[in-house]
Ligand binder design. Structure first.
Ligand SMILES: Cc1ncc(COP(=O)(O)O)c(C=O)c1O
Length: 412
């Protein structure tokens, strides 16, 4: 047995989360390292969906809005997500897409800072975050400034009194570098700006402390580390201290104070409930709720520790097996600033990821040249990591892949 194989065995044998893998229905023979794009199917989901479809919808019909508590599900599921991101109950709603929730968060932040002209965001932010900052700025008559996280404190020191809000993600989705949420949130607050965070790559992957950090608004998706399924409802966090004064941009009937009063004019519901818009997607919400049971009894500090062990081991395998073959790791080796993925740069990224898929190793790429491997401490093992890197090593050394095209990456 090689040294790496021995190490993988030791690390897996000592893994306190090893039993949680059984909470997922991972296909036989597949090594799944793309849960940072689409989480796999949690075992709890199919029986719940069976019940929701056949009993709740099929038999109880419209009575389910009350009898099966469908009506409250956006808030109930919101609270369940909140428990994973350091939000006390009553501050998170689940529903719609991350993009829509981001529109709500950025618009609300602009409304709370009417006299400040700038929205500041990351030039490397995920595209939807950049597009939405532009569209909210246009609608609210603001200007977008793109400032790298490392330069943000300096920027705020000189322009801070003009900044309405900053909008960042704790995780760089390409490199897996972690940005300092605490430092950037307090730098924003020091100049009177609000902090909006996109937690798509953080929720469920590491402890997040929204209340403790005093974050103003946060959003995230349900389909990556929360494994809520394709197109799972997203979530929006609005800190309780804004609940008396915040305005949402989309006034739908389910966010009305009395939705069944059918009043002519909109009166916002108190608290987070005003962020509800239209009829909630019950099947997806209840699938997400079932998926979250995979976290039952799981300590997110343990998730973080194992995630770091997995990415650290990945980097070690990459150094031994892949760096000599021309792969350049772009994920930080420093565990303090490393999220739950490892990214490698290689000019043949597309062909290599395709070749891996034919061998049962599923990962993804980001154009033009980044191979991206997401680990999830709930179900990834060190043996998975070793097998994936070994397959990649064999693929490159045997040239058993198509080196020519570098086509854009697959879906998010
Ligand atoms: C950081 C980040 N924000 C947002 C999204 C996607 O937004 P939506 O859920 O609206 O498609 C992604 C998708 O990968 C993402 O990585």
């Amino acid at each position: 047995m090689t040294e790496l194989a021995e190490l993988a065995d030791q690390l897996d044998a000592a893994d306190p989360l090893a039993h949680v893998r059984d909470r997922f229905l991972l296909p036989e023979g597949v090594i799944y390292l793309d849960g940072n794009s689409l989480g796999p199917l949690p075992a709890a989901v199919p029986p719940v969906l069976e019940d929701v479809v056949h009993r709740q919808w099929g038999t109880d019909l419209i009575r389910s809005w009350n009898d099966n508590d469908w009506w409250e599900s956006p808030l109930r599921v919101g609270d369940a997500v909140g428990a994973l991101i350091g939000a006390a109950p009553g501050q998170v709603v689940a529903g719609d897409s991350t993009s829509v929730q981001l529109f709500t968060a950025l618009s609300a932040a602009c409304d709370l800072r009417p006299d400040r002209s700038l929205l500041v965001t990351d030039p490397e932010h995920f595209p939807t975050d950049r597009y939405l900052a532009d569209s909210v700025a246009r609608l609210h008559g603001r200007e977008v400034r793109r400032v790298a996280p490392a330069d943000l404190p300096d920027f705020l020191a000189s322009h801070g009194d003009r900044v309405a809000a900053i909008s960042y993600s704790p995780v760089d989705f390409r490199t897996g570098e972690l940005h300092d949420m605490a430092a950037l949130t307090s730098a924003a607050h020091e100049v009177g700006a609000l902090a909006v965070w996109d937690l798509c790559h953080a929720a469920g992957a590491m402890p997040v402390h929204l209340d403790d950090l005093g974050v103003d608004f946060a959003v995230g998706c349900g389909y990556k580390f929360l494994s809520g399924g394709p197109g799972a409802p997203a979530f929006l966090y609005a800190a309780a201290r804004h609940h008396d004064s915040w305005r949402t941009p989309l006034h739908g009937w389910t966010g009305h104070a009395e939705p069944f009063g059918l009043a002519a004019d909109y009166v916002p519901a108190p608290g987070i409930a005003r962020a509800r818009i239209g009829t909630p997607p019950i099947l997806s919400l209840l699938a997400l709720e079932a998926a979250l049971s995979a976290f039952d009894g799981v300590d997110l500090a343990q998730v973080r520790a194992k995630s770091l062990s997995l990415t650290g081991f990945f980097l070690r395998c990459a150094e031994d097996l892949l760096a000599p073959e021309g792969f350049e790791p772009i994920t930080p080796t420093n565990p303090d600033i490393r999220a739950s993925q490892v990214s490698l740069r290689h000019p043949h990224a597309y062909g290599l990821i395709q070749a891996l898929a034919t061998q049962g190793v599923i990962a993804d790429m980001r154009a033009p040249d980044v191979l991206r491997f997401g680990v999830n401490a709930l179900y990834t093992s060190h043996q998975d990591v070793l097998a994936a890197t070994t397959h990649l090593h064999r693929t490159i050394t045997t040239s058993d892949y198509d080196p020519t095209p570098n086509r854009p990456g697959a879906v998010t």
